[in-house]
Design a binder for this molecule. Sequence first.
Ligand SMILES: NC(=O)c1ccc[n+]([C@@H]2O[C@H](COP(=O)([O-])OP(=O)(O)OC[C@H]3O[C@@H](n4cnc5c(N)ncnc54)[C@H](OP(=O)(O)O)[C@@H]3O)[C@@H](O)[C@H]2O)c1
Length: 355
Amino acid sequence: MRGTALVVGATGIIGSAVARRLIAEGWTVHGLARNPKSEIEGLLPVAADLLEPASLAAALADVAPAHVFLATWLRQATEAENCRVNGAMVKNLLDALSPKATVRHVALVTGLKHYLGPFEAYAKSGTLPETPLREAQPRLKLQNFYYAQEDEVLAAAARDGFAWSVHRPHTVIGKAVGNAMNLGTTLAVFASICKATGRPFQWPGSQAQWRGLSDVTDARVLAEQLVWAATTPAARNEAFNIVNGDVFRWSWLWPRLAGWFGIEAQGFDGTVHPLEAQMADCGPLWREIAAKHGLVESELDRLASPWHTDLDLGRPLEVMTDMANSRKRGFAGYRATEDSFLDLFALLRADRLIP
Ligand SMILES: NC(=O)c1ccc[n+]([C@@H]2O[C@H](COP(=O)([O-])OP(=O)(O)OC[C@H]3O[C@@H](n4cnc5c(N)ncnc54)[C@H](OP(=O)(O)O)[C@@H]3O)[C@@H](O)[C@H]2O)c1
């Protein structure tokens, strides 16, 4: 089944993957962002700010999607502000589309903070959930912008009569430049710096993350699930976790990532070594590396997000995710996690983002 889709956040790590998949399947795809300039061939750009309802309606004047994919957020200083701003972004978009009466399905991407709590209370003891994380677990009694966005989708679905799905990935592994959270590229840049300087590729996180089981979400498997849910009657009006389908330990993966770069890995040594500190002075160094190797992005901050990688790898518990709801309804998407990372590294090198 092919149709007309609107991908909101089309230049992000998730939105770009779903836009690529839809285009490859022959859909007509509009891609919305404030700056929708993208290398994706065939994507129809919609330049609009979700926080400006009047100009948003004007930008969408000629867009009549049946399927909407919401993969957008803007980080704010507090979770109260996150709820206000990110909830409004979803509401404004769905309000602007409502009079057209063309929308049949809205797929919203949130994530595991649904279970682990917002940034300001993220995986803090006292709110640690039971793992593997399951969709049926009740909401935490904490403010959370994911809940605000879900509530906006459910309210608009009740008003306008469209079907919905909610998608909760773990850490997303994929390509994006200038986006907010990108663990795969952060580690690729860190490894490239280690290689250039001879610094150790030192595990930055906690013992629980080093030793415990984990999983991640390849942006391509998430894109596959989004399109599946939007086109499968059995997936209507459901929330879905989405991970690769394998589990791993960082103690197993870390040396393999180092091996791809030809550097030596150093594992957990009893202390957390946050990447934010390890990479704090690396901006000028990255400019030198970029100049030496003819890279296309010399600003470290547009590639690496160590604050987010630290949050993820520093968690005090092992985190993995149950996929039964998808499997029971027929979704069989799978990626081997080592491939998710190594495919990304190869792509970053081919696109001259790392040496
Ligand atoms: N990245 C991860 O590892 C990860 C993991 C789990 C869950 N998630 C969740 O997935 C969702 C999507 O995140 P992401 O990581 O894909 O985001 P991202 O890579 O940072 O991309 C955000 C997208 O939204 C657009 N955008 C931001 N503000 C906008 C505005 N005011 N108006 C219009 N467009 C706007 C951005 O483009 P412009 O800046 O040009 O507007 C960009 O296209 C979030 O809820 C996030 O928490 C992410």
